[in-house]
Design a protein around this ligand. Structure first.
Ligand SMILES: Nc1ncnc2c1ncn2[C@@H]1O[C@H](COP(=O)(O)OP(=O)(O)OP(=O)(O)O)[C@@H](O)[C@H]1O
Length: 363
């Protein structure tokens, strides 16, 4: 790979990437059609499904509103989908909002006061709510009541407002950032894990069926293996491979078509894209595998520090290809193997004696 290309064209943000986990505009447009509608259709996350099923069944049997639910996990793992399933299973309407949209306690008060009995309120990115709104939420969750402040200064008065019972479904990518009083008010907390390749294969098959795309088992496995444990990425790669299959072949996706398509889109056999590989290549070829400081590494790849640290590194660390150490970034033996290079024999910091580039795209 030509590093200059990486410098000029590599995406700057997670949202620009084909393998980014956040939803882009196209995802938002098509995801509604691909969302599982009930717990039976929801693939994987067996423990979460089993536990949630019990919580919801018990609430239904009691004729009560379900307990508040906190869903934590990385973007694209199905938190919004699960919140919709909770509403569907409870035969309740759902209102969707997010922490950043609620900056004032008044914003929250107006949403809460317009909820119907039993309604599900989905609050995405709940860790990004303002502090006054958060404090109002404590009382609403526990007592189904809020104090609406009328007036300003010494003349301000608090008017208590009763709320109908509702179910709050909070979603966060960072459960650790939630203040304990908020976390404690959820009756059920579920942590969503990255999906296994076999589960993503089922996601790909299911979505292909809904999109009316013909795909065989090997083609689905190929896409699943490059989807970074994330259904949203699996669905996005499926759409890109479908495009390729339509234009270059007869529309049917098999292993060869999936590989050829993902080679065009530069997503390799482990789900790394150009940015990821640029970082790894610089680390291995220029710095002998490290340790090297983040700033130096970023300059070498021609990216901002933040892009390397926040966009590329999390997946490389998760995959066991790169380690962050107090002395700097270090490549693991798996990184050398992945790029088909041989680690230098001498002490770290020397130049790598690289031999032959392996075919990362699995031709
Ligand atoms: N278990 C699953 N089975 C099948 N499809 C799934 C599953 N989980 C997620 N998906 C699909 O992945 C896409 C993304 O899911 P969803 O929007 O629920 O993720 P999210 O965790 O809420 O993401 P974000 O944190 O960005 O809001 C949806 O189109 C959905 O169809």
């Amino acid at each position: 790979m030509n590093r200059d290309d990486t410098t000029d064209e590599a995406p700057d943000t997670e949202a620009d990437r084909l393998v980014g986990a956040s939803a882009d505009r196209e995802d938002q447009a098509v995801e509604a059609a691909l969302r599982p509608k009930d717990l039976d259709e929801f693939i994987g996350q067996e423990k979460v499904r089993e536990q949630l099923d019990l919580v919801l069944r018990a609430a239904r049997a009691r004729g009560a509103t379900a307990d508040h639910v906190l869903l934590s996990g990385a973007p694209g793992l199905g938190k919004t989908t699960l919140s919709m399933i909770i509403a569907a299973e409870m035969e309740a309407p759902i209102r969707i909002t997010s922490g950043p949209a609620i900056q004032h306690a008044g914003d929250l008060a107006s949403i809460l006061s317009s909820l119907q009995e039993g309604e599900v309120l989905f609050l995405d990115e709940i860790h990004r709510m303002s502090r006054p709104a958060e404090e109002m939420l404590y009382m609403a969750m526990e007592d189904f009541r809020v104090d609406v402040i009328v007036g300003k200064g010494p003349g301000a008065t608090a008017i208590p407002l009763e709320l109908p019972p509702f179910t709050l479904v909070g979603a966060t990518t960072r459960a650790g950032l939630l203040p304990p009083p908020l976390r404690d008010r959820f009756g059920f907390t579920a942590h969503m894990e990255f999906y296994e390749p076999a589960e993503l294969e089922r996601v790909v098959h299911r979505s292909a069926g809904l999109l009316d795309v013909e795909i065989d088992t090997a083609g689905a496995a190929e896409i699943a293996g490059r989807s970074r444990g994330t259904p949203r990425i699996a669905n996005r790669l499926l759409r890109r491979v479908r495009d390729y299959a339509q234009v270059k072949a007869d529309g049917v996706i098999d292993r060869e078509i999936a590989r050829a398509a993902l080679r065009v889109y530069e997503v390799d056999a482990r789900g790394l894209d150009r940015l990821d590989r640029g970082v790894l290549e610089a680390l291995l070829k220029l710095f002998g595998g490290g340790p090297v400081g983040l700033s130096t590494l970023a300059v070498a790849v021609g990216e901002e520090r933040e892009t390397v640290e926040e966009v590329a590194e999390p997946f490389l660390v998760r995959e066991g290809l790169l380690a962050r150490t107090p002395r700097g970034r270090v490549a693991t033996p798996a990184a050398w193997a992945h790029l088909g290079l041989t680690a230098p024999e001498r002490a770290p910091g020397g130049f790598a004696g690289g031999i032959g580039q392996q075919d990362l795209f699995g031709a």
